[in-house]
Design a protein around this ligand. Structure first.
Ligand code: PAF
Length: 320
């Protein structure tokens, strides 16, 4: 390992395991490239990789979970899926400035690295890639070759409210894929449009990474887990459950044979009648293209974004 600070840490063994988990932290691109170049032989060094379970393949299957940190149960579910499916699990923690507009929350986005690392060690994550902004954007984020998703993926729904968001996501995800070179990457369905953007990215640009979408993890009262829930005050946290209630109302009305206009109008009214909500969109879209639908035709997704006070929340219900 070369130049910048690279450290390894050892955590407690995961519950129910006698294994001591060693989660390595890499901060520089040079170190990551060096690590990646020698991972082909990791299974020989006694890692969990089981050659025979993959029909004799001679290199470990690498699973990747890109994150911006502030990890919660939703992220851990992605890591769990990666652990079950892969021999080596890499998680990146990078709050990507390129996907935040100047007026958005880049500066105050929660950064909880020590706790994230503890959780990842407990999960048995093998490697945490934790680069600085300088490592990822050495010439600055504004002079980078960017990947711009096509319309309507880029400019509807989230894209209409965050016009440069998916450009920032697609660009950093492609860069991370090129660095980590995983076989498979895991993304939450909570960010449904992002998941479709990433699927289109690998399909259109022939990126040899399999993308797996993992269902949204919810609090017991239905609120979708999100790092931004940390911004909610106590009262807002209780009120926040209305967003999922509104989505569920659309689904119930769909199952009862109502049409899209009627169902979305009822759900929008539900939010309007509650204190503090500003609805940005509540739509029913095709499950892959995200084209708006007027009838409930599967596969579809009910998507919404709304502000509760100053906190912007998104959520969806996927109907495959
Ligand atoms: O979903 C996120 O946390 C981010 O958008 C991602 C995919 C890590 C890219 O920065």
């Amino acid at each position: 390992m070369t130049d910048t600070k690279t450290s390894a840490t050892t955590s407690a063994a995961p519950a129910g395991s006698k294994e001591t988990v060693r989660t390595q932290i890499i901060e520089s691109l040079a170190d990551l490239r060096a690590w990646r170049a020698q991972t082909g032989s990791l299974w020989l060094k006694g890692q969990k990789a089981a050659k025979e379970t993959r029909g004799g393949a001679d290199s470990p299957r690498i699973g990747f979970v890109p994150t911006m940190g502030a990890l919660h149960q939703g992220h851990l579910e992605l890591v769990k899926r990666a652990k079950a499916d892969c021999d080596v699990v890499v998680v990146s923690i990078f709050v990507n400035p390129f996907q935040f507009a100047p007026h958005e929350d880049f500066g105050k986005y929660p950064r909880t690295f020590e706790n994230d690392l503890k959780l990842l060690s407990e999960m048995g994550c093998d490697l945490v890639f934790y680069p600085s902004e300088k490592e990822i954007y050495p010439r600055g984020k504004d002079s980078i070759m960017a990947v711009v998703p096509p319309s309507p993926l880029n400019d509807t729904l989230e894209g209409a409210f965050r016009p440069t968001f998916f450009r920032g996501v697609a660009t950093v995800v492609l860069k991370l894929f090129n660095l980590v070179q995983p076989h498979v990457a895991f993304f939450g369905e909570k960010d449904y449009q992002q998941l479709q953007v990433v699927k289109a990215l690998v399909e259109d640009l022939d990126v040899p990474v399999e993308i797996i979408g993992v269902p949204t993890v919810r609090e017991t009262d239905g609120l979708a887990m999100s790092s931004r829930n940390a911004y909610l005050g106590a009262t807002e946290r209780t009120e926040a459950t209305s967003l999922y209630k509104a989505l569920s109302l659309v689904k119930t009305m769909a199952d009862a044979g109502k049409d899209v206009a009627e169902a979305t109008a009822a759900a929008s009214l539900l939010l309007k009648e509650e204190e503090g909500w500003t609805l940005q969109y509540l739509s029913v879209c095709h499950g892959k293209s995200l084209a708006p639908l007027t009838q409930f035709q599967k596969p579809y997704v009910i998507v919404t974004a709304a502000k509760l006070g100053e906190v912007r929340l998104i959520d969806n219900i996927v109907v495959p």
